[in-house]
Design a protein around this ligand. Sequence first.
Ligand code: NAP
Ligand code: ZN
Ligand code: ZN
Length: 346
Amino acid sequence: MNTRGYVAHAARNDLSPFEFDRRELRSHDVALDVLFAGICHSDIHQAREEWGASTFPMVPGHEIIGLVSAVGSDVTRFSVGQRIGVGVFVDSCRRCEHCLAGLQQYCSEGMTPTYNSYERDATTIAFGGYSNYFVIDEDFAVHVAETLDPAGAAPLLCAGITLYSPLRHWGAGPGKKVAIIGLGGLGHMGVQFAHAMGADTTVFSHSSSKAVDAAALGADHFVVTSDPEVLSHHAGRYDIIINATSADIDLNPYLKLLSLDGTLVIVGLSGIPVTINQGLLLAERRSLSGSQIGGMVELQEMMDFCGEHDITSQVEVISADYINQAWERTVASDVKYRFVIDASTF
Ligand code: NAP
Ligand code: ZN
Ligand code: ZN
């Protein structure tokens, strides 16, 4: 099927209009007319090879909301006209221990990313969601509540699940103190989830202008980090701290803020190695951990949670010809809080 999208032909190139073909429907495939595609900072990291060598040509995009336009002969979970969401991976081995446990993001053979990779046939480049049409195996798609704003729902597919999963895993809830570092696309979802789960929620931000927004999203406290001395006033306070920044920040001052047995979870991935003062971990049996998106079961659970709690991303909807400027503004932390592309403009 002929598809229109935006492409980067090489690292650090501007994106430009691109036409390509998507595969014909296989029996378990669902076709969707894309409505909206979110811009994740990971799109920028990968197109600029900040995480290592990438696969080009690259059509980025892994926060995809659409309407089902056709279904393969054996599809059982979706029908034409329904809302559908696609996230960060489009396949996995389906038989390893992690896949069988619904943790496809940790597939032993490696998940098949939505873009910047080859499909499982190892010959077809996977093209992502900055496009007007998509084809997905139904096992790797989720239902999206009809009550949610579809533009605001797109970022749930990556930003949303990436914060929901660690908050659930490390037990955010009543009586727990949670802090989110970085009020960006991921961070602003984390604040809404931590608040909805009943945790006392703090934002650490290097942007003083975001205080009012943080409170509106449900944060109980807002701390501006431009003066590192400020952090020392919060020592030993938090059960869970999530680093959702895209930048190379010093994590050591944040380790000091963890209480006994507290955990600092890294989800932000600048791609630059960090140095840790090990003594800070020993001192109060603290943990430093990482978390990567979420599996298909949890992705649907998160989408349903958002439907029940009316949680979406705060978005700035743009047309396709604004993508390059939107990337620059994302890098400059100048987005409140996610750019989402209107797919009718591809
Ligand atoms: P984003 O919207 O650009 O937000 C990043 C935030 O980091 C900014 O809003 C800013 O928050 C903070 N920040 C930026 N530059 C900073 C600096 N120099 N010093 C201190 N703070 C700074 O990015 P995103 O889309 O949320 O993604 C965040 C990171 O998570 C990226 O590295 C992305 O690749 C990664 N990611 C990981 C996963 C996963 O599965 N683990 C999934 C998706 C994305 P303040 O203005 O509030 O300080
Ligand atoms: Zn992402
Ligand atoms: Zn697997």
